[in-house]
Ligand binder design. Structure first.
Ligand code: HEC
Length: 142
């Protein structure tokens, strides 16, 4: 029971309130619908994450990052964001040892938590691509 409770706690998703007021870091569009990261992305960082992003210092406890995903709408020469698809979060928490000191969570467009295996479905790719940057892909863009 204790173990089950511990597991539930470790994976219990929290959707940080007010992330839309965080600082916009960058955007990216992946137009291939077969791609696991398909969508129009915006990356936001909270105030605790910003110094680390900008100066390459260590991410402190409570640092938070999010990617919001939207449908990709193309029309003539324009590419726009359509309806929201999902949100994925990382929050710095040293106790999340199995996932490099980050708690990963994901939510649908309606804000409902999505069940994820954070180690396999999230962290493994962040390790593969951003090992030298504390598993954060995004770079600050002025
Ligand atoms: C196939 C590789 C891959 C997988 C799997 C993956 N990510 Fe990412 N993640 C990326 C890439 C690439 C970026 C940069 C995206 C951008 O710049 O728009 C990123 C960005 C992020 C960011 C913004 C901070 C950063 O690293 O730039 C968060 C938060 C995030 N992902 C959370 C998650 C969560 C939660 C999951 C699991 C549900 C997940 N990711 C699964 C590749 C992946």
């Amino acid at each position: 029971l204790a173990l089950a409770a511990g597991l539930a706690l470790a994976t219990s998703p929290e959707r940080p309130p007010g992330y839309r007021e965080w600082t916009h870091v960058k955007s990216m569009v992946i137009t291939d619908k077969q791609h696991g990261l398909y969508g129009f992305h915006h990356v936001y960082a909270n105030s605790k994450a910003l110094p680390a992003l900008k100066q390459g210092t260590a991410y402190p406890e409570g640092a938070g990052l999010v990617v919001t995903f939207y449908e990709v709408e193309t029309d003539g020469g324009t590419i726009s964001q359509g309806r929201k698809l999902k949100e994925v979060f990382m929050r710095r928490d040293a106790t999340a040892k199995a996932t490099g000191g980050w708690v990963y969570s994901a939510f649908g467009a309606d804000g409902a938590p999505r069940e994820i295996d954070a180690a396999k479905a999230c962290h493994a790719c962040h390790v593969a691509g951003a090992k030298d940057r504390e598993f954060v892909f995004s770079r600050w863009v002025d």
